[in-house]
Design a protein. Structure first.
Length: 304
């Protein structure tokens, strides 16, 4: 089994960081290396990190003087330090179950040369409420037709990906919504996205210093939100990030994929009837449903 690089981006995470680090040390899979890049914490985050680094030579704090200015750029910066065959992102405030690395790594057996990302589920967790939901991911994309309109990627702390995929992602786009959006687009465009149907962590929600976005894990809430006409179909930041991804990789994409990206961009500039036609012709989906995307298109403006 190859070594795993764990990429941990930190910022003012002292309240929960120690529990996450202890959960990493408890992993049944032991051949990992933790690369940590702090983004200018003003609390006790660095002191906690230094204490763990001094006790375990698998932990390295990266002191390169780079200020990333947010979780997305911090995680993407960490990709420069990933040298192992398998790589996984790590949020500072979660708690991983002891078999998370082992079970995810097992899914890569026989996929050495195939660009592949594997993701698991997790328990939505709050310090005050305990376990809120047994799964934070209720639906996920299988291809570009199901991904482009999601305004999101698979949550980064669930994603493990291999060197074959990382080698395909030779350029960090100029604009990124989040690190997981970039990896998800990359996996679907150049390889495969695989789901391991197990909840392997406590995914902490609803606290003041959370660096990544809380997830609306209920599919019913997501469907209801479709009828909120004040929210656009496509979020501007994700549109810009998708355009930036396309500009960076269009020469690497298959012709059919280029057409899907172009049709997605055309959707944002078109009137209602044309947008509906674009969905029908290309088979675009939202939460794996053409109908939901049609309803969302009828009830909302295209982009903010």
């Amino acid at each position: 089994m190859p070594q795993i690089d764990i990429l941990l981006a930190t910022y003012n995470g002292e309240a929960y960081l120690e529990n996450q680090l202890l959960s990493l040390l408890s992993q049944t899979f032991k051949d990992w290396h933790l690369h940590v890049h702090d983004d200018g914490s003003t609390d006790g985050t660095l002191a906690i990190l230094r204490a763990f680094e001094s006790q375990d030579n698998r932990i390295t704090i990266i002191n390169d003087g780079v200020k990333c200015g947010g979780a997305a750029n911090n995680f993407l910066h960490l990709l420069n330090y990933a040298k192992s065959e398998l790589v996984i992102f790590c949020d500072q405030d979660d708690i991983w179950f002891e078999n998370k690395l082992a079970l995810l790594a097992n899914e890569f057996e026989g996929a050495v040369n195939e660009p592949l990302a594997v993701f698991c589920n997790g328990f939505a967790y709050s310090e005050d409420l305990g376990i809120i939901n047994e799964k934070i991911t209720s639906t996920f994309p299988n291809n570009l037709k199901e991904q482009l309109f999601l305004n999101a990627g698979i949550q980064g702390c669930s994603l493990m990906f291999n060197r074959a995929l990382l080698n395909k992602l030779h350029t960090i786009p100029e604009i990124n919504a989040m690190h997981d959006h970039f990896i998800t687009l990359g996996a679907i465009s150049f390889g495969r996205l695989k789901y391991l149907d197990k909840s392997l962590m406590l995914y902490r929600q609803f606290h003041a210093n959370k660096a990544t976005t809380n997830i609306n894990y209920s599919i019913s809430n997501r469907v209801i939100s479709i009828f909120k006409s004040d929210i656009p179909v496509i979020d501007r930041l994700h549109l810009d990030a998708t355009m930036s991804f396309y500009d960076s990789y269009k020469n690497d994409l298959e012709v059919a994929q280029q057409i899907l990206f172009q049709q997605y961009f055309l959707y944002t500039k078109s009137k209602l009837l044309k947008r509906l036609q674009i969905i029908f012709i290309n088979g675009f989906k939202l939460y794996n449903s053409v109908t939901l995307l049609l309803v969302k298109t009828i009830t909302r403006k295209a982009v903010n």
